[in-house]
Write a protein that binds this ligand. Structure first.
Ligand code: FES
Ligand SMILES: [Fe+2]
Length: 365
């Protein structure tokens, strides 16, 4: 029976939090968003650890990441979230092009040097790489490329991106708990019967204990699981499925992928994906960003379309309920951890993904 590698202090100390921002969220590739919502001259503000950044697509459709600070007198350029049009500073209205170069400057003649060499005044840019629809940013100037960093998750993200389109749901929720408490909560299903008994009780399609989830822990950083769909349920579902149609990457299980340090991607059968990341705001507060993304479904009947819409809308409600239940319990965990005087206990197998996360964390911090 292993004990937690993290001490209670690691879940609330300000020093630990500063170290995470200085190392973990700078040196690793951090998920920042999806490509398709940025199409058509938009920009997107978000925080990455304690750094405010913004994303936009350049003239070739390649995502680029910049510090959210104006080159002129350093106003923040945009609020978090998606914005239409080019980046325009709210202070003196400098406008930046798709490469982050200031090209629209009011009272030009007062800034001869900038007008002559605008490239020299480009917004501070960070490493930004994409796999399929998934955009990752690395603040540190050195480190492995994205493919190396992601290992087998690279091909997973590439595969599931085929046909990905349309946000079915998106919400942001703040939880009064350390981000690692939320990650650890997402890495085990042990709490499901007690925390989600009412919500999960009504979910069809998952097999019972006999086909318990299979864990994949080979990568030093990332882990995933696959939990087979119930056979009888699948047989019944296949009749309706013919009406729903075909989608690009279909599988017969629930899968939960954790991409170190703070991204989870889950799906049941591949007809939609739930993408969630956990952004630490302070040692005791985490912003959870949750998106459900649909995929292209072909050959569907009118009835099938209605059916899949219904499945999506049920699952959006379900996701929010589960989120609230998890948020509530994680806040209780934080209160307990604040008072704890020894390390936590981790179950064999059932909590192996947490042990794995903690090993990765200790190596990287
Ligand atoms: S600070 Fe941005 S235009 Fe002046
Ligand atoms: Fe949960």
């Amino acid at each position: 029976m292993p004990f937690s590698k993290l001490s209670p202090n690691d879940y609330f100390s300000i020093d630990r939090f500063s170290r995470e921002n200085a190392v973990l969220f700078k040196e690793n590739w951090i998920f920042t968003g999806l490509v398709f919502p940025l199409k058509g001259r938009k920009h997107y503000g978000l925080s990455l650890g304690n750094i405010e950044i913004l994303l936009q697509l350049d003239g070739y459709g390649k995502p680029r990441a910049f510090l959210n600070v104006c080159s002129h007198r350093q106003a923040q350029l945009c609020e978090p979230g998606l914005h239409e049009g080019p980046i325009r500073c709210p202070y003196h209205s400098w406008v930046y092009d798709q490469r982050g170069v200031p090209t629209g400057i009011p009272s030009k003649k007062c800034f001869p040097e900038v007008v002559a060499n605008p490239e020299n005044y480009q917004l501070t840019e960070f490493h930004c790489e994409t796999v399929g629809q998934f955009i990752f940013v690395r603040i540190s100037s050195t480190g492995p490329d994205l493919r190396t960093y992601l290992g087998n998750e690279y091909s997973f993200l590439e595969r599931i991106s085929h046909g990905m389109q349309g946000l079915l749901d998106e919400f942001i929720g703040d939880v009064d708990a350390n981000w690692k408490i939320l990650i650890e909560n997402s890495l085990e299903g042990y709490h499901v019967p007690s925390v989600h008994s009412r919500t999960f009780g009504s979910v069809a399609g998952m097999s019972d204990e006999a086909l318990a989830p299979e864990f994949y822990l080979d990568d030093p950083l990332h882990t995933y699981l696959e939990h087979a769909a119930d056979n009888e349920w699948l047989k019944r579902f296949s009749r309706t499925e013919q009406k729903i149609g075909k989608w690009p990457h279909r599988f017969e299980y629930y899968t939960h992928h954790f991409i170190f340090p703070n991204l989870t991607v889950t799906s049941f059968m591949g007809y939609s994906y739930h993408i969630q990341y956990f952004n630490p705001l302070s040692p005791l507060k985490t912003r959870v960003h949750s998106r459900t993304v649909g995929v292209d479904i072909s050959d569907s009947t009118i009835f099938g379309k209605k059916l899949i819409d219904q499945i999506h809308s049920d699952s959006n409600k379900f996701t929010r309920k589960v989120f609230n239940e998890d948020a509530e319990i994680c806040q209780k965990v934080q209160m307990g951890v604040n008072n704890a005087i020894r390390s936590a206990i981790l179950g064999v197998e059932i909590e192996d993904r947490i042990s794995h996360f903690q090993s990765a964390y200790m190596r990287k911090i």
